[in-house]
Design a protein around this ligand. Structure first.
Ligand SMILES: C[S@@+](CC[C@H](N)C(=O)[O-])C[C@H]1O[C@@H](n2cnc3c(N)ncnc32)[C@H](O)[C@@H]1O
Length: 173
């Protein structure tokens, strides 16, 4: 879940990037979606993927109050399934990865070829509440692997911001 401070940073980054094609993996209440919407290009589309359709009424209630809500494209399903069918002619300029943490490395693999040149990737929870170094379990293990991959990949520029639960900002060269 995106806290208010992280949400403000998402909005600022979206304004800086001004994406034509933006994507969020994991919608939940739709708060992060609204933050990203603040910076979307006037003719852009903001896609968001959520597996749990019981959340859709809540999202609709929040989104309907935003004047640009018609730019949101909601996908019902699993992140990897949506990425697997992503049209190559619509490269992604900005993605916010905030779905299941165990799936984050598979999501990175699927996203890399779909990103535009100079595209931006944002990963939430990369500090795991400050416990990442010692935490045990599949989620922190996946996040440790992710952080190491992002740091080592020469195609990427990466910085981890101490915002909220840790927000890692990545630029694909
Ligand atoms: C941390 S919440 C997302 C918070 C949201 N981005 C925000 O800004 O408030 C994670 C959401 O991702 C959804 N989710 C988890 N794994 C998913 C997957 N593999 N594909 C699609 N949705 C997923 C969950 O149902 C949940 O609503």
């Amino acid at each position: 879940m995106t806290d208010v401070h992280t949400g403000q940073v998402l909005s600022m980054i979206a304004r800086m990037v001004c994406p034509m094609v933006a994507l969020e993996l994991g919608t939940f209440s739709g708060y992060g979606t609204l933050c990203l919407l603040e910076g979307l290009h006037q003719e852009g589309a903001l896609h968001t993927v959520e597996r749990n359709d019981e959340l859709f009424a809540l999202q609709d209630e929040f989104w309907s109050r935003h004047p640009r809500h018609s730019s949101i494209v909601r996908h019902h399903g699993m992140a990897l399934d949506v990425l697997g069918k992503w049209p190559a002619e619509h490269p992604i300029d900005l993605v916010y990865v905030d779905a299941d943490k165990q799936g984050v490395n598979g999501q990175l693999d699927a996203l890399l070829p779909l990103m535009s040149k100079g595209g931006w990737m944002l990963f939430d929870n990369t500090w795991w509440n400050g416990t990442l170094a010692d935490a045990v379990g599949p989620k922190p293990e996946a996040l440790r692997t992710l952080n190491a991959r992002l740091a080592d990949d020469k195609r990427l520029n990466t910085v981890a911001l101490p915002v909220g639960d840790g927000l890692t900002v990545v630029r694909k060269a």
